[in-house]
Design a protein around this ligand. Structure first.
Ligand SMILES: [Zn+2]
Length: 134
Protein backbone atom coordinates (compact mmCIF):
# COMPACT_ATOMS: atom_id res chain seq x y z
CA UNK A 1 0.00 0.00 0.00
CA UNK A 2 3.06 2.21 -0.12
CA UNK A 3 2.28 2.96 -3.73
CA UNK A 4 -0.55 5.35 -2.94
CA UNK A 5 1.67 7.24 -0.59
CA UNK A 6 2.30 10.40 -2.53
CA UNK A 7 3.75 13.49 -1.00
CA UNK A 8 3.28 15.90 -3.89
CA UNK A 9 6.53 17.76 -3.86
CA UNK A 10 7.34 17.05 -0.28
CA UNK A 11 10.01 14.55 0.69
CA UNK A 12 8.90 11.20 2.04
CA UNK A 13 11.27 11.71 4.91
CA UNK A 14 13.89 14.18 6.04
CA UNK A 15 17.20 13.57 7.73
CA UNK A 16 17.39 15.66 10.85
CA UNK A 17 20.00 15.40 13.54
CA UNK A 18 20.92 11.89 12.46
CA UNK A 19 17.30 10.79 12.58
CA UNK A 20 15.15 9.81 9.68
CA UNK A 21 11.93 11.74 10.18
CA UNK A 22 9.09 10.38 8.05
CA UNK A 23 6.69 12.85 6.46
CA UNK A 24 3.28 11.24 6.62
CA UNK A 25 0.16 12.47 4.85
CA UNK A 26 -2.85 11.76 7.01
CA UNK A 27 -6.58 12.34 6.96
CA UNK A 28 -6.62 13.99 10.33
CA UNK A 29 -3.90 15.35 12.52
CA UNK A 30 -3.92 14.42 16.19
CA UNK A 31 -4.16 17.14 18.76
CA UNK A 32 -7.38 18.95 17.98
CA UNK A 33 -6.80 21.35 20.85
CA UNK A 34 -3.75 22.65 19.07
CA UNK A 35 -3.99 25.82 17.05
CA UNK A 36 -2.45 24.30 13.97
CA UNK A 37 -4.50 21.30 12.98
CA UNK A 38 -2.99 21.02 9.50
CA UNK A 39 0.22 19.44 10.64
CA UNK A 40 1.86 17.89 13.62
CA UNK A 41 5.32 16.92 14.74
CA UNK A 42 5.33 13.99 17.13
CA UNK A 43 8.38 14.13 19.41
CA UNK A 44 7.82 10.59 20.64
CA UNK A 45 7.90 8.91 17.25
CA UNK A 46 9.95 11.70 15.63
CA UNK A 47 7.61 11.88 12.69
CA UNK A 48 5.71 14.63 10.92
CA UNK A 49 2.08 14.32 9.95
CA UNK A 50 0.52 16.62 7.36
CA UNK A 51 -3.09 16.57 6.27
CA UNK A 52 -3.45 15.23 2.78
CA UNK A 53 -6.33 17.47 1.77
CA UNK A 54 -4.25 20.62 1.65
CA UNK A 55 -3.28 22.63 -1.38
CA UNK A 56 0.36 22.28 -2.47
CA UNK A 57 1.15 25.76 -1.18
CA UNK A 58 -0.51 25.08 2.13
CA UNK A 59 1.07 21.67 2.59
CA UNK A 60 4.44 23.20 1.82
CA UNK A 61 3.93 25.84 4.45
CA UNK A 62 2.78 23.28 6.99
CA UNK A 63 5.74 21.07 6.08
CA UNK A 64 8.28 23.78 6.81
CA UNK A 65 6.48 24.75 10.00
CA UNK A 66 6.69 21.19 11.27
CA UNK A 67 10.33 20.95 10.21
CA UNK A 68 11.07 23.94 12.40
CA UNK A 69 9.02 22.35 15.15
CA UNK A 70 11.16 19.22 14.82
CA UNK A 71 14.39 21.23 14.90
CA UNK A 72 13.09 23.15 17.88
CA UNK A 73 12.39 19.90 19.71
CA UNK A 74 15.52 17.98 18.76
CA UNK A 75 17.95 20.73 19.58
CA UNK A 76 15.93 22.06 22.50
CA UNK A 77 15.90 25.58 21.10
CA UNK A 78 12.82 26.42 23.13
CA UNK A 79 11.63 28.85 20.49
CA UNK A 80 8.41 30.68 21.08
CA UNK A 81 5.73 29.47 18.74
CA UNK A 82 5.45 32.77 16.91
CA UNK A 83 9.11 32.45 16.01
CA UNK A 84 8.55 28.92 14.79
CA UNK A 85 5.69 30.27 12.71
CA UNK A 86 7.84 32.99 11.19
CA UNK A 87 10.75 30.67 10.47
CA UNK A 88 8.43 28.18 8.83
CA UNK A 89 6.91 30.78 6.53
CA UNK A 90 10.32 32.22 5.67
CA UNK A 91 11.84 28.83 4.91
CA UNK A 92 8.86 27.96 2.77
CA UNK A 93 9.38 31.12 0.73
CA UNK A 94 13.06 30.37 0.27
CA UNK A 95 12.33 26.78 -0.68
CA UNK A 96 10.12 27.99 -3.49
CA UNK A 97 13.10 29.83 -4.94
CA UNK A 98 14.97 26.54 -5.11
CA UNK A 99 12.58 25.07 -7.63
CA UNK A 100 12.58 28.13 -9.86
CA UNK A 101 16.33 28.58 -10.03
CA UNK A 102 17.26 25.11 -11.11
CA UNK A 103 19.47 26.52 -13.85
CA UNK A 104 22.87 27.65 -12.77
CA UNK A 105 24.09 30.80 -14.48
CA UNK A 106 27.18 28.85 -15.61
CA UNK A 107 29.62 31.70 -15.50
CA UNK A 108 31.81 30.62 -18.40
CA UNK A 109 33.53 33.93 -18.72
CA UNK A 110 36.84 33.70 -20.56
CA UNK A 111 39.70 33.98 -18.17
CA UNK A 112 41.19 37.32 -19.10
CA UNK A 113 44.29 37.04 -17.05
CA UNK A 114 46.13 34.16 -15.55
CA UNK A 115 46.54 35.56 -12.11
CA UNK A 116 49.84 34.07 -11.16
CA UNK A 117 50.37 36.38 -8.24
CA UNK A 118 47.50 36.99 -5.84
CA UNK A 119 48.12 40.70 -5.77
CA UNK A 120 45.11 42.65 -4.73
CA UNK A 121 43.85 45.43 -6.92
CA UNK A 122 44.99 47.94 -4.35
CA UNK A 123 41.58 49.40 -3.88
CA UNK A 124 41.22 47.59 -0.56
CA UNK A 125 37.90 46.06 -1.45
CA UNK A 126 36.24 49.31 -2.34
CA UNK A 127 34.39 49.22 -5.62
CA UNK A 128 35.17 52.08 -8.02
CA UNK A 129 31.57 53.24 -7.99
CA UNK A 130 31.81 53.65 -4.26
CA UNK A 131 34.59 56.17 -4.55
CA UNK A 132 33.02 59.59 -4.48
CA UNK A 133 35.18 62.29 -6.06
CA UNK A 134 35.66 65.51 -4.25
ZN1 LIG B 1 3.33 24.82 15.54
Amino acid sequence: MKDEFTNEGLPVHINLGGHLVPIQRVDEVPGDDDEHVFGHYDPKTMSIQIRKDLSPAMSGEVFWHEVVEAINDMYELKLAHNKIQTLGVALHQVSQCLSTTSETPSGSSPSASTSTSPESTGSSGVAPWDLVPD
